[in-house]
Design a binder for this molecule. Structure first.
Ligand SMILES: Nc1nc2c(ncn2[C@@H]2O[C@H](COP(=O)(O)OP(=O)(O)OP(=O)(O)O)[C@@H](O)[C@H]2O)c(=O)[nH]1
Ligand SMILES: [Mg+2]
Length: 459
């Protein structure tokens, strides 16, 4: 439920820094500010101008900090309400004291995402843009940042609006028929309507299918490092990360748990996952590890399959190769510092038809080729390093688009079987409804709770 009481929260992360910001939003933001902050003598507070003053406890008058304050009157503020900010010294205790002073002067502690939720409810941002704020803050790579920024500046929202305009045009056609056509006649102009529906279907489908790319860009792709025991999986993880993240020993079966860490590759981030060597084992702890490694491999976006090139291939390698069939895979012939027993042809004979890079995880040979190969695959999965086209990055958007596609499919079926225009219009309305959910023109409290609940307090 929307209340217009005044909320307060730190807008900067907890911890020491040069500056921290405490933000107030709501009807009483300015009067609360005046109770806890006073301009230094001679200064006066003007809207949107930082002014130096002193923050004091409203009850005792005890000074807390010397700080800048700024007021941003609604509706032209982030939340659409009156917003005041105190830019204080960046100490955890100072921030806590200032928030307590604001609470003492009548503000209420904001709940997670409440500032953004108010911005949405006051029409300052739509839902897709609010989600983009969260993505922007969480971005771990250049490509994730670029995608979030494009969504924040309304690229996805405008695309959805264009799709809705196509829907409205189709509905206008249908309404003309509902109003004017004789009963029991096939829809005149049905061909035109179907052509428009077909075009809309293709556009919706393209946006729906961009989800795989958008999700990878937002969250980063995951690569599972797999192979039989002792081939050098953990050594490769450490090499790629540049730190000794996983334990390496000459004993097969060293790694049991899944180990994850992220590596930067050009504009991308890649989550690497190391696990137990895949093989049959009766040892209970190791068996659980192998199950986890298999499950991790099944969920990964790409596989880094490692072989010990200093030893002939064996059945266990064949078992690992089977996991890679029809999956984006990079094969690694490791331990090339030792005399080699196998090469790319042997992998092919075992049925593995993937790019293969020769490496030595202990010496670092082949690291650059491996990084280049991984970047190429990420580029392919992400649709190109400089892919400008819009991608949806959240499951919520994908589901809405899938529903829009299903409703449109049903409308086309009704058209093809010459159903009355009212029936077709019913399905077309469902398409519009599904699209409106992406930007939040139609939404429910539950959806808002889920979206803004993900945000931190103060956002
Ligand atoms: N000579 C040589 N030895 C390597 C290379 N890579 C790994 N090793 C050695 O191979 C052994 C196993 O390495 P790990 O990285 O623990 O192998 P793993 O595949 O993670 O093994 P498990 O966790 O037991 O499945 C260690 O003794 C490493 O030092 C390499 O490129 N050259
Ligand atoms: Mg290991």
């Amino acid at each position: 439920m929307y209340t217009s009481d005044t909320i307060v929260a730190p807008a900067t992360a907890a911890g020491q820094g040069a500056v921290a910001i405490v933000r107030l939003s709501g009807q009483s933001a300015f009067s609360i500010l005046r109770r806890i902050w006073h301009p230094l003598s001679g200064a006066s507070l003007k809207a949107r101008e930082l002014t130096l003053g002193e923050v004091c406890d409203p009850a005792s008058g005890a000074p807390i900090d010397r700080a800048l304050a700024v007021t941003m009157p609604g509706p032209k503020s982030f939340t659409g309400e009156d917003v005041a900010e105190i830019h204080c010294h960046g100490g955890v205790f100072i921030v806590r004291q200032i928030v307590a002073a604001a609470l003492g002067a009548g503000a209420r502690m904001a709940s997670p995402g409440e500032f953004s939720r108010r911005a949405f409810l006051n029409g300052r941002i739509d839902l897709a843009e609010a989600e983009a704020v969260a993505d922007l803050v969480a971005a771990q790579s250049e490509s994730a940042l670029a995608q979030a920024l494009s969504q924040l500046t309304g690229a996805l929202s405008s695309k959805v609006r264009l799709l809705r305009e196509q829907v409205i045009a189709i509905r206008a056609y249908l309404e003309a028929h509902i109003d004017f056509s004789d009963e029991d006649l096939a829809l005149p102009g049905a061909d035109e309507i179907e052509a428009r529906c077909a075009r809309l279907f293709a556009d919706l489908k393209r946006l729906h299918d961009s989800f795989a790319r958008g999700r990878l860009t937002r969250a980063g792709a995951k690569a599972a490092i797999i192979g039989k025991p002792n081939v050098g999986k953990s050594s490769l993880l450490n090499l790629l990360l540049g730190v000794e993240r996983a334990i390496v020993t000459p004993i097969p079966g060293t790694t049991r748990d899944l180990i994850e860490d992220t590596v930067r590759l050009g504009p991308y981030s890649l989550i690497l996952q190391d696990g137990a060597g895949i093989h049959e084992t009766g040892e209970i702890v190791e068996r659980i590890g192998v199950e986890r490694a298999r499950a991790g491999a099944a969920q990964a976006d790409l596989l880094l399959v490692v072989f010990d090139a200093s030893r002939p291939l064996e059945d266990e390698d064949g078992e690992v190769i089977r996991l890679c069939l029809k999956r984006p895979t990079v094969a690694l012939l490791n331990k090339i510092d030792l005399p080699q027993q196998i090469g790319r042809d042997d992998l092919r004979r075992y049925g593995l038809d993937a790019a293969a890079v020769a490496v030595s995880a202990v010496r670092g040979d082949g690291l650059e080729q491996l990084r280049a190969e991984l970047t190429t695959i990420l580029e392919r999965l992400g649709g190109g390093a400089h892919n400008e086209s819009i991608a949806v990055s959240r499951e919520r958007h994908r589901v809405a688009l899938a529903e829009a596609l299903a409703a449109l499919d049903s409308a086309r079926g009704a058209l093809a079987s010459k159903m009355p225009p009212e029936i077709v219009a019913f399905d077309i309305n469902a398409v519009a409804h599904a699209l409106a959910r992406i930007t939040g023109e139609v939404t429910s409290e539950d959806v808002l709770d889920a979206i803004f609940g993900e945000f931190c307090i103060g956002k």
